[in-house]
Structures are given as C-alpha cells and as structure tokens.
Design a binder for this molecule. Structure first.
Ligand SMILES: [Ca+2]
Length: 368
C-alpha cells in the first residue's frame, strides 16, 4: 500500500549516525564546524567542502534543527547529506544523498508517514447538486475530501499536510493514498452518483505508472469508470504541458471524466479550458463569493460559463454560501452547484457489514 519510493527518515539513522555533509561554500563549512565545536559534536573535515559528524540517536533532532538554523535557505537547499553507521560512504550511501532541506522537512513530516501506515485518515464527501426548473435539488455527484489525522488524532488542515508532503518528497505517496481512500470510502458509504476525486498533477512523474494503481482500485471495486471524474487544480500551472496531456490521455482512455478545478479569473485557467477540453469546469469559490455584490465578478463568471459551454464542458459552481449567489449562478446557467448553502462535507458512515468492508480493504491491499 505504502509507496516504496519514499524513504523514511529512520532509514538515515543508526544508534550513532555519521552524517556526511557536502556543503556549498567555505562559509557554510565554517558555520558547520563552529556549530559542531560549540555543541560538542565530533566533526572532521574530510575534504574542502565535506565534513562528517557523529551524532547519537537522541541528539539527532537537536543537531539537525540547530545546524540548519544557522544556514540561509539557499545554503540549505545546496547542502547535500548522506549517512553511515560509522564507515566511509559506500556506493549505496551515495545513492541515498538528499538535500538538507528535504531531510529537515521529512523530520517535520514524520507524522504523515506514521498516519498513513496506521490508516489514520478518512475521506469526507461533499455533494454536488443539480437543480431542476422547480427548484428541486438532487445530488449529482460527491467530491471526496481527504482528511489526515496527526498522532493525537486531530484532523490536520489538508493544505498544511499537502504542503509539508510536497517539501519532503511525500506528495506522490500522499496524493496516491488520498485518491485510493476516496475510492474505498465511496464504495463503503454506498453513495449513488458520480465520484469526483481531487488530483495534483505535480505528484505525477509518469502517468501510466503512477495512475495505474488508482485506476486498478476503481476497477477492482466494480465502480464504473464513467462514474469517476478527476479534478485537476489550476494552481499547478507549473506542470509541463506534455505531462498534463499524458495525464488527460490516460484518464480519457480509461473512460474517466476530467474536471478543471478552481478555475478563476486567471488567464491560465482560460487557456487550460481551451487547451485541455475538460468535461467539467469548477468555478473557484473566490469568484462565487459575494457574486451578487460585484459586477466585475459577474462579468467574468457569465463569460466563463459561456466559454465552458462553447467548449462542450459542464460548469460546476463551488463554494456557494448564500441564496443570492446561487440565484445569479442559476441565472447564468451553471450546470451544477456545490457549497455550504446546499450541503457541508461530512463523513458518510458505511452501510456495509464489517465483512464487506474488510473485503474492500483486502481488495485494495493487493493493488500497488
Ligand atoms: Ca476540488
């Protein structure tokens, strides 16, 4: 289940660890030697820009946080580290070299790995509604919202968890777990309608490899591909265009739908709409907020909906909190509606027997 690509910080630590630091400048070498001297950490300079330092296990946190507290962010990024149990680094130790910034982030995000391994996460669902001409609302689909808990069983704000994961090279694992959790919880909850799954394109190196596990999980649980839509967020514009196309092709070939998430007033969003021809466009809640009071937003939303329709996409307005906002969106003929006004995200409890739930878990465990 857990991605073997992600090394744990413990893999770098021994009862007494020798840290091999490859430092970018003489100034950083000096800072490190002075810090080690003051803290009584036995350090030796092996080459002009390399020092090694022996640190006992219970002192590792203090050592790493203290040392890198002395460094500027660019020094931290340019410093590379590997560890050994005492001897000189071998070839495999060289393969474990990481930037100091990643090691520090991993130290801070160790709880994420613990939570993944202990299954301390769940997926909440927020319905997306269609509204007929009589004003009757009906859930058309459910967006899965991943919630991970820390060691005290508190739900961590998702943006914080994903940011930490990104800084410590865990984004790929966390995003994969989140997608799989959405599929499992959807099946267990017995919800009817489509499932919308959030997806971060920057967590993908190779679409056919990285997305296969999610596609397999969907198939294994007997969910029809046409009932699954992946929401790709606009904030990841840094993602290479060819990678994005690879991802979209993968989803389309597998029969899934694609939504562009959080489409705002930015040009990148409009550009993506034209370039990637999504099945759905989700209008960002910033545009929806106080729509009735803001003629500028009204112009944008009106044209955005028109543009989406011209490109064959359905429009979902998200983050709706007031009747006034909803009324305008209906007037502009958005297709679907989501927000606290209509329904909050919540945990849907399983309708299935314990045995049926275990069967789902077991099915997913076999998929990597
Ligand atoms: Ca979303």
């Amino acid at each position: 289940m857990f991605c073997a690509d992600c090394e744990r910080i413990e893999n770098y630590l021994f009862p007494e660890t020798t840290f091999w630091l490859f430092l970018p400048t003489f100034e950083s070498v000096n800072k490190a030697i002075i810090f080690c001297g003051n803290g009584n950490y036995p350090a030796a300079q092996t080459e002009s820009h390399c020092i090694n330092v022996k640190v006992k296990k219970d002192q590792v946190n203090r050592f790493l946080l203290g040392l890198f507290g002395e460094f500027e962010p660019n020094e931290l990024n340019a410093t590379k580290i590997t560890t050994t149990e005492g001897g000189e680094p071998t070839l495999s130790d060289i393969g474990r070299i990481v930037p100091a910034s990643v090691l520090i982030n991993r130290l801070n995000s160790e709880w994420i790995i613990q939570s993944i391994e202990n299954d301390q996460y769940e997926t909440h669902f927020q319905p997306i509604f269609e509204i007929d001409e009589n004003g009757e609302t009906r859930p058309f689909s459910y967006e899965g919202l991943f919630r991970i808990k820390d060691e005290f069983n508190n739900i961590v704000p998702p943006s914080h968890a994903f940011k930490l994961a990104e800084g410590s090279d865990l984004l790929f694992s966390l995003d994969l777990i989140a997608r799989r959790s959405a599929v499992a919880h959807f099946k267990k909850s017995g919800l009817q309608g489509k499932l919308f799954i959030n997806f971060n394109p920057s967590s993908i190196y190779d679409p056919s490899y990285c997305l296969r596990a999610t596609a397999s999980a969907i198939n294994a649980l007997g969910i029809r591909p046409e009932d699954v839509v992946f929401e790709i967020t606009e904030t990841t514009t840094a993602t290479d265009e060819s990678v994005m196309r690879g991802i979209l092709n993968f989803y389309r070939n597998a029969g899934f739908g694609v939504a562009l998430d959080d489409i705002g007033s930015g040009w990148s969003g409009l550009n993506m709409l034209h370039k990637y021809r999504p099945d759905y466009v989700k209008i960002d809640m910033d545009l929806v907020r106080d729509l009735h009071r803001d003629p500028y937003k009204q112009t944008i939303v009106k044209h955005l909906i028109q543009l989406a329709h011209d490109n064959g996409a359905k429009v979902i307005a998200e983050g709706i909190e007031s009747q006034e906002e909803l009324a305008i969106l209906q007037r502009y003929r958005a297709d679907y509606y989501q927000g606290f006004l209509l329904a909050k995200p919540k945990l849907y409890h399983s309708e299935l027997s314990q045995e049926a739930q275990s069967h789902i878990d077991d099915t997913l465990k076999g998929i990597n």
